[in-house]
Write a protein that binds this ligand. Sequence first.
Ligand code: SF4
Ligand code: SF4
Length: 85
Amino acid sequence: MTYVITESCIGTKDASCTEVCPVDCIHPTPDEDGYDQADQLYIDPEECIDCDACAESCPVDAIFSEDQVPDDLQSYIQKNAAHYA
Ligand code: SF4
Ligand code: SF4
């Protein structure tokens, strides 16, 4: 299981989630290459430990556990994973 960042991040992208993730699996962070160009941030599904901290921190409720991603946002599961492929 992993957590997934979805559409609401686009246009907000405030990086709050990167500050609370205990395993630093959300990228790009503001100090990494590609941050300014990124539409949104992405969670590495291989590294996420399902702690829920990011979801709690997100001001626009963009983050869901993989098994709770709404039907119309399912494509974001692959979109997050593809960032790390
Ligand atoms: S659920 Fe926890 S480990 Fe997974 S991305 Fe969010 S903060 Fe990081
Ligand atoms: S906290 Fe939410 S809006 Fe901010 S970068 Fe993370 S997912 Fe995007």
